[in-house]
Ligand binder design. Structure first.
Ligand code: CP
Length: 333
């Protein structure tokens, strides 16, 4: 049986046993734009080892014993926060869950003061969700703790993208040239941005499908070194030959902003239905990061149908986050 210590020398090719320290370069996990394909592969392989731990009757190992971890959430969350909580406890870390709504943030404390307070309390790892894009980068500059971005504004959600990659990897033999169609509210989606980085680094071909009003500026190579992706606003054409269809939550709170003519029209044109999925490959898999607006961006029959991996994504979230906590705490920093 593999042990967690052996996994510190997890093999990238099944033979040579490349040590983590020669591959893993991260003190923080802020987005996937600065991940190498080898690091992403290391996360995938370490997640395999974590799955083995999760299959045991007692799902607990001492890898993070003596480490303290805080989940610091300025926005609501069900999946990310609870899976980080479980992941950290499975690795024997001491966990404090802090929501802005029940902390001194309500008394006017600023982000940096909150972070410095957590540092003074001896926190080793801070998992942070914040409505402002870039705030985890500010945190990484101010405290010595490891920072994990659990979603910052519209910018990035790297741990969601890694669990999406892991779920795809369980069902498809390779990422190279895999056709992935991401459909929906891309403008406001941190999940889409991180997935674009992760998928393209692993060699997948990403197509975005949405009304032009929900397409953010700057998603092309003319804006810095953004990955090469395609945009196809017609959903039937966008899904043609797709191996993976990823639906995104329509952020209903933005309905009044004039970006959509009407919810009814959006649903008619962009809802992922069985009929539209018929354009994809027969063995297409369906992902959605959640929470789902059933019968808005995706039909109930697709959500609960045989191609849907939505619950598997949630399940994989625990193992992937265990792998990330383990890699961060076992790294060279
Ligand atoms: N996918 C995701 O981030 O879900 P939560 O908002 O429930 O964490």
């Amino acid at each position: 049986m593999r042990t967690i210590q052996q996994e510190k020398r997890v093999s990238l090719d099944g033979k040579r046993g490349i040590p983590i320290d020669s591959v893993w370069q991260h003190k923080h996990i802020l987005d996937l734009d600065d991940f190498t394909p080898a690091e992403i592969e290391l996360v995938m392989q370490t997640t395999d080892a974590m799955h083995e731990i999760l299959s045991r009757p007692i799902k607990k190992v001492p890898a993070l014993r003596g480490k303290s971890l805080v989940t610091l959430f300025y926005e609501p969350s069900t999946r990310t926060r609870s899976s980080f909580d479980l992941a950290a406890k499975n690795l024997s870390a001491d966990v404090i869950n802090l929501a802005a709504s029940t902390s001194s943030v309500l008394k006017g404390e600023c982000l940096v003061d909150t972070l410095e307070t957590l540092e003074a309390l001896g926190t080793d790892i801070i998992i942070m969700r914040h409505p402002h894009s870039g705030s985890p980068y500010v945190a990484a500059r101010h405290v010595k703790a490891h920072i994990i971005n659990a979603g910052d504004g519209w910018h990035a959600h790297p741990t969601q993208a890694l669990l999406d990659l892991y779920t795809i990897r369980q069902h498809k033999s390779k990422f190279k040239d895999l056709k992935v169609t991401i459909i929906g509210d891309i403008k406001h989606s941190r999940v889409a941005r991180s997935n674009i980085w992760g998928l393209t680094k692993m060699g997948a071909r990403v197509k975005l499908c949405c009304p032009f009003t929900l397409l953010p500026m700057g998603l092309d190579k003319s804006h810095g070194n953004f990955p090469d992706i395609e945009v196809e606003p017609n959903i039937d054409r966008a899904l043609k030959g797709a191996d993976v269809a990823m639906a995104l939550r329509l952020q209903l709170e933005r309905q009044q902003s004039g970006l959509l003519p009407s919810l009814r029209e959006y649903t008619k044109m962009y809802q992922l239905t069985e009929e539209k999925l018929a354009h994809a490959k027969d063995d297409v898999i369906v992902l959605h990061p959640g929470p789902v607006n059933e019968d808005i961006e995706i039909s109930s029959s697709v959500v609960h149908g045989p191609r849907s991996l939505i619950n598997q994504q949630v399940k994989n979230g625990v193992a992937v986050r265990m792998a990330l906590l383990y890699l961060l705490s076992g790294g060279t920093h």
